[in-house]
Write a protein that binds this ligand. Structure first.
Ligand code: FAD
Length: 485
C-alpha cells in the first residue's frame, strides 16, 4: 500500500508515522525546505525561538500519541505553574494557576466570594470535558447521521454549544476581569470569545485541569523529533517538493504531480491549509471564514526579558473592543491585549549564555486589506507599549528583532493570512468542519488544523490518529465505520 502525504506539518508527520507503523510505504512531500509547518523555530545565528505554537496544552493527548508511535521518551515536558499572569491596565495582576487551591486563593484575594464559582466551574466542566472529548475529539464524522445521534445532541446541549465561550464564563463569574480570564483562550485557536461556541470552553478548563507544559528546547523540537523518526523508519521525506496537482481516474486518485513528474499512490493525504489544499481536488468548494491573524515579534536579547513568568498576558482597557475590531470591523485596535513569551527564563538552550529570546503576539484581523506600511506603523505602536508595560530596557537589550504580520503569513501559505486555519465558529465545527475524508474521490483524505477535530498541536495530532484509523479500515477493505473511528 503506497501512501503519499502532501505537507509536512504536524498533521502530515503524525499521519506518516502511524501509516509507516501500519506497514504502508509512505512518501511525504513538503513544499518548504524543512518539515514542521507552523511548528518551527525562528532562527537567527545562535538564537532560536518558537515561531508559532508556544502553549503546550492537553499533555496526555500528546503523550498518548507519542507512546503509540514509540516516541514518548524522546520528548521531555515540564509543567508550568503558575500558568500565567494577566496584567490589567489599572495595575491589577491576576495569576492563573493549575493548582486548584492556589487558584482559589488568588481569586479570593482579588475577587472575594468568586472562589466558590471557580469550584462550580471546575466541577461542571470536568463532566463536560469527559463527555465532550469522547463525543467530538475521538471520532471522524463521515456521514451526517454519525454526528446527529441522540447521544451527541444531548452532549451538545450539556456543553451549552448554543452559547458563546464568553457567555458561558459569565454564567459562572461575575467580575468582567474573571470573565476575560476564563474566555480569552479562544484566541489560542483564533476565535473571538463572544462568537466561539461554548464547546471550546474545554480549552479554558483544560489549562486548569491538565496544565500548561513546556517542551524542553522549545515546542518546535517536537517537529525535529518526528522528522528524525520518519527518516529512521524509512518514510521517504522530500522537501522543496510541492504537490502541484492530483492525478485522477474516475472516482480514484492514482497519484500526484510534483515538479511535473507523476508519483503514483494508492491513496493521498492532503495536509496543506484545507481551503487551499482543496483546490488541488478541483471540486466545488464552499466559502470559509478564516481565524484571526497575528502580529508577531521575535527578539534576540543580550539578557532575558524582564518578566517574572514564561507566559504573560498584558490586557488592554477593553478586550471586547479589541475583539470587535479583530473579528467584526477587521481593523487594528490601538489598545490591544497581547501575549508575551519569555522561554529563556527556564531554557538556556535558546540563546548564547546569559542572553535570551522572546516572542510577542498581538491578535489582529486576517486578510490582506491592511497594508504593510500600516502594519509597520502598528508594530511601532506595539513596541512603545512593550517598553511601557513589559520591559523598559527592551530597546537596549535587543540584539535583533523580526516582525511578521498576516501579510507574510498569507505569502507563506496560511489561509487568508490567519494563523489558525478556519475560524472555530459554530458553522465550521464538528460535522460542519471539513472531515478527514472530504472529497468525492474515495482515496483522498485530509488532515490538519482546518479539518475536524480542529486546530492546535494536540488536536491536530489527534486528528491524524483519527485519520489513520480510517485509512487502516479502508485499507482492510472494511470502509470506515463512523461510529468506531
Ligand atoms: C502564531 C501561531 C501561534 C500558535 N500557537 C499555538 C499554541 O500556542 N499551541 C498550539 O497547540 N497551537 C498553536 N498554534 C496552532 C498550530 O501551530 C497549528 O494548529 C498546527 O501547527 C497546524 O498543523 P497542520 O499540520 O495543520 O499544518 P501546517 O503546520 O500549516 O503544515 C502544513 C504543511 O503543508 C505544506 N504544504 C502545503 N501545501 C503543500 C503542497 N501542495 N505540497 C507540499 N507541501 C505542502 C506547508 O508548507 C506546511 O509545511 C499556533 C499557530 C500560529 C501560526
Amino acid at each position: 500500500m503506497k501512501t503519499i502525504i502532501a505537507g509536512g506539518g504536524i498533521g502530515g508527520m503524525i499521519t506518516a508515522l502511524y501509516e509507516n507503523k501500519a506497514g504502508s510505504e509512505v512518501t511525504l512531500f513538503e513544499k518548504k525546505s524543512s518539515t514542521g509547518g507552523r511548528l518551527a523555530y525562528h532562527r537567527h545565528g545562535d538564537y532560536k525561538v518558537d515561531e508559532g505554537p508556544t502553549v503546550v496544552l492537553l499533555p496526555d493527548m500528546i503523550k498518548e500519541i507519542l507512546e503509540e508511535l514509540d516516541l514518548k521518551n524522546r520528548v521531555e515536558m515540564q509543567r508550568i505553574d503558575p500558568l500565567y499572569p494577566l496584567h490589567f491596565p489599572d495595575g491589577t495582576t491576576f495569576l492563573k494557576w493549575s493548582s486548584t487551591e492556589k487558584q482559589k486563593e488568588e481569586i479570593r484575594r482579588l475577587f472575594p466570594g468568586e472562589e466558590k464559582n471557580f469550584d462550580k466551574y471546575m466541577t461542571d466542566m470536568e463532566t463536560r470535558f469527559t463527555e465532550g472529548k469522547e463525543a467530538f475529539l475521538t471520532k471522524a464524522f463521515l456521514t451526517r447521521r454519525s454526528f446527529w445521534t441522540p447521544k451527541n445532541v444531548k452532549t451538545l446541549w450539556k456543553l451549552r454549544a448554543y452559547q458563546s465561550v464568553r457567555k458561558q464564563a459569565a454564567a459562572y463569574f461575575k467580575h468582567p476581569k474573571l470573565q476575560d480570564a476564563f474566555s480569552l483562550q479562544t484566541l489560542y485557536i483564533g476565535g473571538s470569545p463572544s462568537e466561539t461556541p461554548a464547546i471550546y470552553s474545554l480549552v479554558s478548563y483544560s489549562e486548569h485541569a491538565h496544565g500548561i507544559w513546556y517542551v524542553k528546547g522549545g515546542y518546535a523540537g517536537l517537529a525535529e523529533v518526528l522528522t528524525e523518526a520518519m527518516e529512521e523508519r524509512g518514510v521517504t521525506v522530500r522537501t522543496n517538493a510541492e504537490v502541484e496537482a492530483l492525478v485522477t481516474d474516475g472516482t480514484r486518485c492514482t497519484g500526484v504531480k510534483v515538479d511535473e513528474v507523476v508519483e503514483n499512490a494508492d491513496r493521498v493525504v492532503l495536509n496543506g491549509e484545507f481551503p487551499l489544499a482543496e483546490k488541488l481536488v478541483r471540486e466545488p468548494s464552499r466559502s470559509y471564514k478564516s481565524s484571526s491573524g497575528c502580529l508577531l515579534f521575535y527578539f534576540g536579547l543580550n539578557e532575558p526579558l524582564d518578566t517574572e513568568y514564561v507566559h504573560n498576558f498584558f490586557m488592554g482597557e477593553n478586550l471586547d473592543n479589541h475583539m470587535n475590531d479583530v473579528f467584526k470591523k477587521y481593523r487594528l485596535n490601538r489598545d490591544p491585549s497581547f501575549y508575551v513569551f519569555n522561554p529563556s527564563l527556564i531554557d538556556s538552550s535558546l540563546a548564547p549564555e546569559g542572553q535570551g529570546v522572546a516572542y510577542v503576539l498581538v491578535p489582529v484581523p486576517a486578510g490582506r486589506h491592511i497594508t504593510r506600511k500600516e502594519y509597520q506603523d502598528y508594530a511601532t505602536l506595539i513596541k512603545r507599549k512593550l517598553i511601557e508595560k513589559v520591559d523598559e530596557n527592551l530597546e537596549t537589550k535587543t540584539v535583533w528583532e523580526h516582525v511578521r504580520s498576516p501579510y507574510e503569513a498569507k505569502i507563506d501559505g496560511l489561509f487568508s493570512g490567519g494563523s489558525f486555519g478556519l475560524a472555530p465558529s459554530m458553522s465550521q465545527s464538528g460535522i460542519f468542519r471539513p472531515q478527514v475524508k472530504p472529497f468525492a474521490y474515495d482515496n483522498v483524505y485530509a488532515v490538519g488544523a482546518s479539518v475536524h477535530p480542529g486546530g492546535g498541536i494536540p488536536v491536530v495530532m489527534q486528528g491524524a490518529k483519527i485519520l489513520s484509523r480510517v485509512l487502516n479500515e479502508d485499507a482492510a477493505g472494511q470502509g470506515a465505520s463512523p461510529e468506531d473511528v
